[in-house]
Design a protein around this ligand. Sequence first.
Ligand code: ZN
Ligand code: ZN
Length: 135
Amino acid sequence: MDLTPKGKIRCPKCATIMEKMPVTSTLEVEHCGRCGALWFDPYELESTLRADGGSLGINAIDYGTAQNYDLQVHGDGSRQCPRDASPLVKVPDPRQPHVIIDVCRTCGGVLLDAGELKDLSEFTLSERLKAFLRR
Ligand SMILES: [Zn+2]
Ligand SMILES: [Zn+2]
């Protein structure tokens, strides 16, 4: 039996029910208060980075630390998409290959561990600055 409340999803890492975090008036991302993981539906990650964290700011959205919890729901360490239960695939982020992100090939959702959004946003900022300086 699935006891997850309607409209909520469980963290793929530690099975905690994730809370919605408002980024902009039209965008909410799912945040795990236990391990700090973040779930982005398709395009939400790009929108969050483009809005630089929106009204909250990146540091308020991504405040956890990845090392603290490596709790696994599944014995073999695999993680499942909270939307459609497809296995999440680890891929290097195309913007910043040292950040390994978990992607769902079925729905296009992305799971970030705590600290990874910060990492990606810093890259975005430095790239923006470089582009600015090249002008
Ligand atoms: Zn979690
Ligand atoms: Zn999915």
